[in-house]
Every structure is written in C-alpha cells, then in structure tokens.
Design a protein. Structure first.
Length: 124
C-alpha cells in the first residue's frame, strides 16, 4: 500500500466517522455540447452532458484575510473532496447540486500527494 492509498484510506475513515456531520454529497451535470437552440421552445436540444458526483467536507468558510486581500467573497464556501470518491475531475464553472442549494466552482486546487481536491464554491 502506497502513501497515497494510506492517506485516502484514513481520510475516508474520518469522513465516515469523525467528520460525518460535515460531509455532504453533491452531483454535477457539466454541459459538454449545448446542442441546437430551438427558438419555439426556447431550449437547447440534443445537448451532451457529463454527470459526476462525490462527497466531501463542504461549506467551510474563508477567513478575514482571504476575504479582504484575495478577492474571495464572504459568502464563498470551501470544499475538501477525496479524489478517489469523485467520479470526474471538477472544473471551474461546474454547477453542483447539494442539500444546501446550487453552487458554482470558482477555483480548484490539489494537495501535493494528489489525494484531495480543494474547491472554492459560490452560491448560484
């Protein structure tokens, strides 16, 4: 078992036990091809979408320094996701559906061991 597997195993265990109150599930439908626009219905038809899901510690908040100096909105939320539990890589502008509402991905990063995604979310 490598270091990455060990870290992900321990984080998954924490998500199931000690952090279970802060762990939320999410789903996302990323539109890959918007298809053709139907002027009669006002909707796009034949669109291609990628649906992915996962779970993580969502809805953490940013500190005052980040809000005042880094351009983060006070209402933005943090998400920490186990990479092996997310079915696709999150991308900027993806819209997530959660129990707390809809959120858009503003920023995403990764830890050096490539075990977690760090995501900035903004309420839609």
């Amino acid at each position: 078992m490598g270091l990455r597997d060990k870290i992900q195993g321990k984080l998954a265990k924490a998500f199931d036990n000690k952090l279970s109150d802060a762990v939320y599930s999410f789903t996302c439908e990323r539109i890959i091809n918007s298809g053709t626009y139907n002027r009669i219905t006002g909707q796009y038809e034949n669109k291609d979408a990628l649906t992915y899901s996962g779970r993580g510690v969502l809805f953490g908040s940013y500190n005052q320094y980040e809000v005042q100096n880094l351009g983060v909105l006070a209402t933005d939320k943090k998400a920490t996701l186990l990479q092996n539990e997310v079915t696709a890589e999150p991308l900027i502008n993806d819209e997530w559906i959660t129990t707390e509402g809809r959120f858009k991905v503003i920023f995403k990063g990764q830890d050096p061991a490539k075990t977690i995604w760090k995501v900035q979310l903004r309420k839609v």
